[in-house]
Ligand binder design. Structure first.
Ligand SMILES: CC(C)(COP(=O)(O)OP(=O)(O)OC[C@H]1O[C@@H](n2cnc3c(N)ncnc32)[C@H](O)[C@@H]1OP(=O)(O)O)[C@@H](O)C(=O)NCCC(=O)NCCS
Length: 159
C-alpha cells in the first residue's frame, strides 16, 4: 500500500466516519448488483456493540473502508470497498489485513462474510485464507430486479 495512506478505526457509537464511508460507498458498488448499503443501514449497525469501521484515507480524503460486526468470538465482514480510482494499489488488502488483526486482538476466532458469487473480490478473500462454506441462491437483488447468488466464506483465526 502507498506509504501516505492512513487507516483509522472507529468503534460502535462513533458516528463521525459514517460520511466518509458513504462517500466511498456510492462510488464503489455497481448498483446493478444491489450490494451497497444506505446511510441508515450503516448508522444502525454502528450502534450495535462489537461493531467497528476502518477508513483508509490519503490526507483527509477517504479512499476505502471495511465494516465488521462481532458477536462473542465470531465476526462478520459486512462491507469492504475501495474507490474505483484507487484499486489495485493494496488498499483493499490493507483494510482486510487490519480488520483481521483487530479481530484477533479482540479474541475473535473466526471471520465470516457473504460475497456475490461472481465478484472478483473472492480472489482477495482466498489470498487471505477464506474458505467456501456454502452458496446462498438469490441473496442480492440488483436494481433491475435480477437476483444474484452469494457465497458464504469463513476464515478461522486459529490457523
Ligand atoms: C474488492 C476491493 C475492495 C479490492 O480492493 P483493492 O484495493 O483493489 O485491492 P488490492 O489492490 O489490495 O488487491 C488485493 C488482492 O485482491 C485481489 N484482487 C482485488 N481485486 C481484484 C480483481 N478485480 N481481480 C482479481 N483479483 C483482485 C488480488 O489477489 C490482489 O492481490 P495481488 O495484488 O497480490 O494480486 C475493490 O475491488 C472493491 O471495492 N470492489 C467493489 C466493492 C466490493 O465488491 N467489495 C467486496 C464485497 S463487500
Amino acid at each position: 500500500m502507498m506509504p501516505d495512506i492512513v487507516l483509522d478505526t472507529y468503534d460502535e457509537g462513533e458516528r463521525n466516519a459514517l460520511a466518509d464511508a458513504m462517500d466511498v460507498m456510492v462510488r464503489a458498488f455497481d448498483p446493478v448488483y444491489g450490494e451497497a448499503w444506505t446511510l441508515p443501514q450503516i448508522s444502525g449497525v454502528m450502534l450495535m456493540p462489537g461493531t467497528w469501521l476502518t477508513i483508509a484515507r490519503l490526507d483527509a480524503t477517504p479512499l476505502g473502508f471495511a465494516l465488521v460486526r462481532s458477536v462473542l468470538d465470531e465476526c462478520e465482514l459486512l462491507l469492504l470497498a475501495v474507490d474505483p480510482a484507487w484499486r489495485g494499489r493494496g488498499i483493499g488488502d490493507a483494510l482486510l489485513s487490519s480488520s483481521l488483526s483487530t479481530a484477533r486482538r479482540r479474541g475473535i476466532t473466526s471471520m465470516n462474510l457473504e460475497v456475490r458469487a461472481t465478484n472478483s473480490a473472492i480472489k482477495l478473500y482466498e489470498k487471505f485464507g477464506f474458505e467456501y462454506v456454502h452458496r446462498r441462491p438469490g441473496y442480492y437483488r440488483g436494481n433491475d430486479g435480477q437476483l444474484h447468488d452469494a457465497l458464504s466464506l469463513r476464515r478461522d483465526m486459529m490457523i
